[in-house]
Design a protein around this ligand. Sequence first.
Ligand code: C2E
Ligand code: MG
Ligand code: MG
Ligand code: MG
Length: 279
Amino acid sequence: RAKRSGGNRVQFYSAKMNDETLHRLEMERYLRKALEKRELFLCYQPIVDITTGKIVGNEALIRWRHPKLGLVRPDEFISLAEETGLIHEIGRWVLETACKQTKKWQALGNQQLSIFVNVSAAQFQHESFINDVKRALAQSQLSPDCLHLELTENSMLRNLHHSIQVMKELQRIGVGIAIDDFGSGYASFSYLKNLPANILKIDRSFIKQIHTNSSDIAIVKAMITMGHGLGMKIVAEGVETDEHLQLLKMLRCHYVQGYALYRPATAEELSAHITVGKP
Ligand code: C2E
Ligand code: MG
Ligand code: MG
Ligand code: MG
């Protein structure tokens, strides 16, 4: 009896696995078509100067709207894009689209507006990456110092020596480097010391309970102090409430991003705010 139910369980798992494999294959087939079918689009989420309340830049966040699957979030397809190599084409499209949109917004008045573009590990490690960045800048005519690339600790650690070379070359042409989800990965202080980065984005898991958890306050405070000491700018991610905002102001955090300020929105939805600021 026990054996039989054990057998059933195996069957159940393998049926489930087949389902997952099928789903994956289907997703992969759809994703290959997504660019040419214009199913990908970008949302933008402002990054705000905590002292003036002004928008200093936007983070580009990719979205995929598929006729059958509906809206697919990046956490569900970026890893698939990496595994299939589609990330290079998709990543190029993100860079070009985001730089062009930013140039358009700048022309409406905010000349210094920046764009923050997420770059995944495989994309960053690829030999064509620096050229992809240069091409996006040339095509859009965006000034390199208005572009910031967001890298995670883990994506840089994968091949640290090469990563540092690429980061240095990007900085040489004027592009900024932000460390995304800072504190949630495996980078130690000795790595951080050697990383040519200008911005630290504190992971939102540290912000969430900052108003009630004294350890989180202590950690965020230490990160901000360290950032100041290293001459880096600090962005707090996932700022959801006014309490978060007040605390971060007290801790002298430079920039904030989160639902308390702006939610990610399409370029059209955001345009009014970008040009005139928050009402
Ligand atoms: P991320 O770069 O850390 O982006 C922040 C995520 O937090 C976004 O999710 C954003 O919508 C969400 N968020 C913003 N404010 C708040 C808040 O106040 N509270 C909460 N709970 N969440 C907030 P999203 O857009 O689903 O993106 C997820 C991840 O997918 C990103 O994390 C990034 O790692 C990746 N991603 C997004 N766009 C791209 C892209 O164009 N290329 C690559 N390679 N990765 C991307
Ligand atoms: Mg990011
Ligand atoms: Mg992040
Ligand atoms: Mg993230």
